[in-house]
Design a protein around this ligand. Structure first.
Ligand code: ADP
Length: 646
């Protein structure tokens, strides 16, 4: 049983000068007493009851609980003693509106480390004892004022605390409900609990066995020093506190199981309403932006690479300076370099798509008609690993199967114009050495080999049979990025005996320019991501901190029920981490969707960075953790006494 004693108790509040809310109060309250603390508003009634119940520390004097002086206790020791000795009922109920009646009542046991099942059973029994049987799963917000106060009484009952402090318990209720509440509290006193009621209602005060009258922070009257019930009378009558017989619900005061912390935090997020949704949305926004930006930066990087690949030189040109066709060595070299095998060797090099041999011959004389004066025209012999029309653009004459099979000649567009060669539809011929040769097609685009546009082209070795060659060149079409490597091998592949004779022309590799451009694209996007994350963290910290301030009364009642500062810190962090995890998952999902939408709109190929996707949810957890850690301070600084006054 718990005896209370105030010795020269005083409390002064600072704020616009010292306010002496209570001064020099001496009193003893025996176990089982029913005391009414009365007096006008501002007399110091709440201050006295808060000091007696260890919700705040006195400025002078001491409160003695069962012989233990409390002035020198640490916050944790004070909290443990409070949790073991006191239960509270307030005018403003101080229930968590979004949670069920049973969840609110269970809160009285959560901070006593009572296991879930026993807690639930005790809560159901306690609700039953205050006439709320069957309403345990009803959300508090849906209960009437009288019902809410009965839930608060059930929460006070369930912890089996020997002293109940009720601060204006019927202040917010009509007469009928007020009677029910006072009846319930009187019955609890009847079972042996000490009952201290703060009231300015004379009707309520009359129910008490003792009346302490305060005026201006001083006791002006202390009616009776006689206990309504004697110590040791504590009993549990049937139908009122069935759960009280269960020893296990006493639990260990001011203790919290980790699993209860987590489920409490989860309930906090689940029932957090618009506040929780906006917090999850803030994290989702941050993570979504992060994932989308990293994804888009990768996509953009590949896009840049594609542009460079398209622009990259896909060509390697080879040439031999000239042959001396008069000497056997020159002729042998020429035969070797213009052979089908040489072309095939070049075509077989890694990275080569096609190899085209161009042999420049001496000029031949030709005319469009037999009657025309022949003109000198350069003759080119061609041998390619690919069909010629795949290498150059050719318009084919009627009767040709849109490919050059080596029969007849191909005429360059410029030459066709200057000779006024008949329309291709009429399958024209040209006259070479007094004989007509069919024109298979007109070359319209020869790429870099513009000289071919004013030449006549035959396949090798037919051209060599007609005119001696003067020099040879090779055009290699290569895969993107392969030019340099092909360039290094092509000379040997073409001229196995004296590769040094081969001039290799590899244009500069644009890849060298690609790296710095890619890096700058990436750094811009990474900066953007960083700014997005920073903004989100700031937003979250701000919202979390202001959410804590909004929940001041709730945190106050948790402290009154036995929560230590550490427990509140844990709750804030756990809620923030759960919020962060939910936001992280949602954000990753949205980020991927956003990236897909953005890339689809630009007809780009989306590149999903698996690391960014995998890191999205943990990033949410980290953001939540950060916000939670920063909100710990405001949460743990909440003073339970002023919090429950709100
Ligand atoms: P009652 O419960 O009798 O209405 P209180 O105990 O609430 O009176 O308050 C007593 C005096 O202390 C009042 O003048 C009140 O303004 C002042 N007071 C109470 N709490 C605080 C506080 N946290 N800070 C400053 N003054 C306070």
């Amino acid at each position: 049983m718990t005896a209370l004693e105030a010795r020269n108790l005083g409390k002064a509040y600072s704020g616009g000068g010292e306010v002496a809310a209570l001064a020099g109060v001496d009193l003893r309250i025996a176990p089982g007493e029913f005391v009414a603390i009365c007096g006008p508003s501002g007399a110091g009634k709440s201050t006295l009851s808060n000091l007696l119940a260890l919700l705040e520390a006195p400025s002078s004097g001491d409160c003695i609980v069962d012989g233990i002086g409390t002035a020198t206790l640490t916050d944790a020791e004070r909290t443990r003693l409070r949790s073991a000795s006191f239960a509270f009922v307030f005018q403003a109920f101080h229930l968590i509106e979004a949670r069920s009646a049973a969840e609110n009542v269970e809160m009285g046991l959560v901070y006593r480390a009572v296991p879930r099942k026993a807690r639930r059973q005790a809560a159901v029994d306690a609700l039953d004892s205050v006439g709320l049987g069957g309403k345990e799963d009803r959300t508090v917000a849906k209960l009437s004022g009288g019902e809410r106060q009965r839930v608060a009484i059930a929460r006070a009952v369930v912890g089996l605390a020997p002293v109940i402090i009720a601060d204006e318990p019927s202040g917010n209720l009509d007469t009928a409900n007020s009677t029910v509440i006072m009846d319930l509290l009187s019955r609890l006193n009847g079972q042996g609990r000490t009952l201290i009621v703060v009231t300015h209602d004379e009707g309520v005060a009359r129910l008490a066995g003792r009346r302490i009258q305060l005026v201006d922070g001083k006791v002006v009257e202390d009616s009776a020093h006689q206990a309504a019930h004697q110590p040791g009378e504590h009993r549990a009558p049937k139908g009122v506190t069935a759960a009280e017989s269960a020893d296990q619900v006493k639990g260990r005061p001011s203790r919290l199981r980790f699993v209860d912390l987590l489920s409490d935090a989860w309930l906090g997020v689940r029932h957090g309403g618009i506040r929780a949704v906006s917090l999850v949305a803030a994290v989702a926004l941050a993570c979504g932006l992060g994932v989308a930006t990293i994804g888009l930066s990768q996509t953009a990087r590949y896009q840049v690479s594609d542009v460079f690949d398209a622009a990259a030189n896909r060509r390697v040109a080879l040439a031999v300076p000239g042959f001396d066709s008069a000497t056997p060595v020159g002729r042998r070299e020429l035969a070797a370099l213009t052979s089908a095998e040489a072309v095939e060797r070049l075509a077989q090099l890694r990275g080569v798509e096609s190899a085209t041999l161009l042999v420049n011959h001496l000029e031949i004389s030709l005319s469009a008609r037999s009657s025309d004066e022949p003109v000198p025209v350069t003759l080119h012999g061609i041998r390619s690993s690919s069909p010629l029309e795949a290498v150059f653009d050719i318009d084919f004459a009627n009767g040709q199967a849109n490919s050059f099979g080596g029969d007849g000649v191909i005429v360059g567009q410029g030459l066709a114009r200057s000779l006024a060669i008949g329309p291709l539809a009429a399958s024209p011929s040209i006259w070479i050495g007094g004989r007509p040769v069919a024109v298979a097609g007109v070359l319209t685009d020869a790429g870099y080999r513009t000289e071919l546009l004013n030449a006549v082209i035959m396949s090798e070795p037919e051209a060599s049979a007609l005119m001696p060659p003067s020099y040879a060149a090779v055009e290699l079409a290569v895969l993107p990025g392969a030019a340099r490597q092909v360039g290094g091998q092509a000379a040997v592949a073409w001229n196995q005996t004296s590769p040094r004779r081969i001039e290799v022309n590899v244009p500069p590799d644009p890849a060298a320019m690609r790296a710095p451009i890619e890096a700058s694209v990436r750094s811009v996007l990474v900066t953007l991501t960083g700014v997005a994350l920073l903004l989100a963290v700031m937003m979250l910290v701000n919202t979390t901190s202001s959410a804590v301030l909004q929940r001041t009364p709730e945190f106050g009642i948790r402290r009154a029920l036995g929560a230590r500062r550490l427990h509140l810190a844990g709750l804030v962090v756990a809620e923030a981490v759960i919020t962060g995890a939910l936001g992280g998952v949602a954000g990753t999902y949205l980020g991927v969707l956003g990236e897909l939408a953005a890339t689809a709109a630009r007809h780009w190929t989306p590149v999903l960075d698996p690391l960014a996707v995998a890191l999205g949810p943990p990033a949410g957890v980290v953001i939540g953790l950060l916000a939670g850690l920063l909100a710990i301070r405001p949460a743990t600084r909440i003073d339970p006494a002023s919090a429950v006054r709100q």
